[in-house]
Unconditional design. Structure first.
Lengths: 220, 220
DNA sequence: CCACCGTCGTGAAATTTTCCCGGCAGCGGC
DNA sequence: GCCGCTGCCGGGAAAATTTCACGACGGTGG
């Protein structure tokens, strides 16, 4: 193993968090932060420029989100190592991140040692998942709550996304060139497949599963 | 003015963020971090113990949320200075925080200088609002979007909260000792008053206004 | 070829949403 | 007291919707 420092890039839209990373990683010998980005596109640019050994990335960011950023980085460099470090204690997000090519998923509530361990694991090629997410994953399995994306057909998922984003049944019908009646049928079928009774439950489920994110909704 | 260091307590459930605060504040002479808490009740306990000059507090925390924590701190010490530092770029939250007794509201996306300035302002008794929230406030005024809590009567608000939390109309009716018919009428009236057409829009509005928070929903 | 699945739509029944209504209680003004 | 106003509670009926059963069509795979 080389004894030069391993290089790290930080990606987080909150300056205070990046400061925190630095403070925590500085204590660790053999690590060196070589770049910082505050959003996905900047991360992409800086990765190509500096080619760090590891990227530590948040998920919730302006512009392209973290998941999409991971995907693009891995497309550019198939061997990029990306450790997700996020506030979302949510198994669905973790699954999405790993599928997109992340090497690990650690929540921000974890103690500093967990992050350091995960960094080491990721650098040595292991996949690191923080314990709370392991627990989450186990829970959602036990609850039999499969991912909505798997239960629904492509068409149904499309309608679901529009239901959550757009407004009325009629608007969706027009956008998708369907009869309003069909949209209503789909809407009903979706709720049935997902096992929810009301639209409100539907939104909550979508939030949990990361189909809808907070930024899509309220927070302008 | 005394030339002893001003004391600060940090409240945030993410260890990495607390590290970030420290790193940013350390560069500033005359400030000293004397306590750290990771949730509302711990903050309350430590405040009584250490009596800091200023509290820097996040809003989204496990257990009692930040707003409630502010309220309790101010109840214990009417002159407590509390600076909210949060990821929520949301005017409704800012209004709630200030009403609860906060001395300022700064978002985590702000550059470090903004935090430092806000700390100084808060220490000298001024109320500091970060520019993006000012802008948000102006926007929501222009949009004529008044707070839901002001538009609705107490009863209506009660039903709204239950609609967002509970399940069916019938369950709410029973919990509130009302006829299902009345709940349905209220439900309709609420949507009318709030100017939304569908339940999904209702949830989104509630999220924006901070009536519902993410922790109430999905993220278990 | 045939069975199966996803897609799209119709029709009709069941349910919900909406709108309009009246009664009742509290509250301030005259 | 009396009046007007507002909030609260529900009934009734029309309108819209959700739900369910059903059929058609194209693709896919055994």
């Amino acid at each position: 193993m080389s004894n030069t420092a391993r290089t790290i890039m930080l990606v987080d839209d909150h300056a205070v968090v990046r400061e925190g990373y630095r403070a925590m990683l500085q204590k660790q010998p053999g690590l060196s932060v070589v770049a910082e980005a505050s959003d996905g596109v900047e991360a992409y640019r800086l990765y190509k420029e500096t080619g760090p050994d590891l990227v530590i990335m948040d998920l919730s960011m302006p512009g392209i989100g973290g998941i999409e950023a991971i995907r693009r980085l891995r497309q550019w460099d198939k061997r990029a190592k990306i450790l997700v470090f996020t506030m979302h204690q949510n198994a669905a997000f973790a699954v999405q991140a790993i599928r997109a090519g992340a090497s690990g998923y650690v929540t921000k509530t974890s103690p500093p040692e967990t992050l350091v361990h995960a960094v080491m694991d990721a650098l040595s090629g292991k996949i690191a998942i923080s314990p709370d997410i392991d627990h989450e994953l186990a829970l959602s399995h036990l609850a039999g709550e499969s991912a909505a994306a798997d239960l629904l057909t492509a068409r149904e998922f499309e309608v679901l996304r529009m239901l959550l984003a757009e407004k009325t049944t009629d608007e969706i019908a027009e956008a998708l060139h369907l009869s309003p009646k069909t949209v209503a049928n789909l809407h009903s079928l979706i709720k049935d497949k997902l096992g929810v009774g009301t639209d409100i439950e539907l939104v909550r489920l979508a939030l949990r599963q990361g189909i809808l994110t907070q930024v899509d909704l309220g927070e302008r």
